[in-house]
Ligand binder design. Structure first.
Ligand code: PLP
Length: 268
């Protein structure tokens, strides 16, 4: 019972994100990932979505004052080791998050710049893209955009080749984030390639592309897994590598599932 080799408590991670009633993405994916990786998860909800595997039917935003209240409750009580953001809905919510996070400036912050669901539904107001770029990115330790989100943040067309990908990653770094993981999973070809770029390091991660329609929540899961591994004490590069493996396993083992009639979830 009093085994000194056992840690007194698990590491704590915090997700600031939206709810997916279908359970595949958002807060639900984040908390499942944290639990699967042995990390204790706290959460602050920014929005509720009425959602299933076919798409988002409705969005109900949480007032930004209540986002602040949730963050104050968690941050004044728990020793949070890593934080991620997902769906941030609008500018008022974004600003509430930036203000609340000022009290834990040394805690690693992973920002998944969720803008539009795969189904095409908007999860961040268009006018909030500038707020994300100007107010959240300077406080970000790792930004995890897919190709579309990178292009939107830079007001540029989609990168179409590896050189274009590097250029966009460099421009995202110039916006103030300390590192960027540009995810090529939405591209084409037999390999899914992601580029991790920091001020003095880079790494390309390649995995065979998995042929499945069950990829709903894969972006949320990747950023949550990175957050969990960082909270557990791994370095950034090791966290990204381990998180890529986690998502790969979660995609492969749910590839044959029939949960819902659309793009189904991963297996955590
Ligand atoms: N719904 C919520 C609440 C999310 O946070 C996200 C994720 O990023 C999505 C939906 C989008 O999921 P996907 O694009 O993987 O279908």
């Amino acid at each position: 019972f009093l085994d000194p080799s056992r840690p007194a408590a698990p590491a704590v991670a915090l997700t600031i994100a939206g709810s997916d009633s279908g359970g595949g993405a958002g807060i639900q994916a984040d908390l499942k990932t944290f639990a699967a990786l042995g990390v204790y998860g706290c959460s602050a909800l920014t929005a509720l979505t009425a959602q299933n595997t076919l798409g988002v039917q409705s969005v109900h935003s949480v007032p930004s004052t209540f986002v602040t209240a949730q963050l104050d409750s968690v941050l004044c009580d728990f020793s949070v080791r890593a934080i991620k953001t997902g769906m941030l809905a609008d500018s008022a919510t974004l600003r509430a998050v930036v203000t609340a996070l000022a009290r834990c400036a040394d805690t690693p912050l992973i920002v998944d710049p969720v803008m539009v669901a795969t189904s095409g539904d908007r999860l961040l107001d268009r006018d909030a893209e500038a707020t994300l770029r100007e107010e959240l990115l300077p406080r970000t330790d790792l930004l995890t955009p897919n190709l579309m989100e990178a292009a939107a943040l830079l007001n540029e067309p989609l990168a179409s080749d590896p050189a274009g990908l590097w250029r966009q990653a460099e421009r995202l770094l110039a916006l103030g984030t300390k590192a960027v993981l540009l995810k090529g999973g939405h591209g084409s070809g037999p390999l899914a390639q992601d580029l991790l770029l920091g001020p003095d390091f880079s790494e390309v991660f390649s995995r065979p592309r998995i042929d499945t329609r069950n990829s709903h929540g894969s972006g949320c899961t990747l950023s949550a897994a990175i957050t969990a591994y960082l909270a557990s004490g791994l370095s950034l590069t090791d966290s990204v590598r381990a998180a890529k493996d986690y998502v790969h396993r979660a995609l492969v083992s749910a590839a044959h599932w029939r949960l819902g009639r659309g793009s189904g979830p991963l297996n955590h």
